[in-house]
Design a protein. Sequence first.
Length: 177
Amino acid sequence: MSESKAYRRAVKIREDFMDRPHRRAQKVTWDWPTTFTEIGDCYAVMYTSDKWNPGKKKDYKHVAEGPQKVLLPARSIAMRGEGQRRLAGPTVTIDDFPDTFALLADSLGICAHLYANDKCKLLPDDEGFCQIDFPRAKLGAGTFPDGANFVFLYDSRGVQAVIIGEKLDVLKDGIVG
């Protein structure tokens, strides 16, 4: 059985990010969602990793260097907890996720600036900036068939958030773009 292009790209992403050889593949039990709500702009992705010190995790924060969007599966557009708010934004359909992705690290969440409505109008700064945590989530990365890269947060239930951006990539120095 030959390895797919997505598999080879996922291995490269993982090895570049961790700066060591990839050791194993793991199957997930969930399917990629196809309908998302674009809820705002992504300003940072936070994670904890032992990428440069095996066995010793350290927290990292990738601050977006170019425009990035946060997409949540349409099934999960309600935030939980105090200050609950309906998340708004346009509906986005993505049906070409790769069959393989790279596990990067444990997720610590994302920082975002949320939309006020589905016309992509941002909320005022004092209301719209927030940290969104995804307990027990992992940070993954992959490449769409057209060559565009994405990062995403997932757990045992499935995809929790997808971050897309034209300059987004994963290299030896970490997440860039």
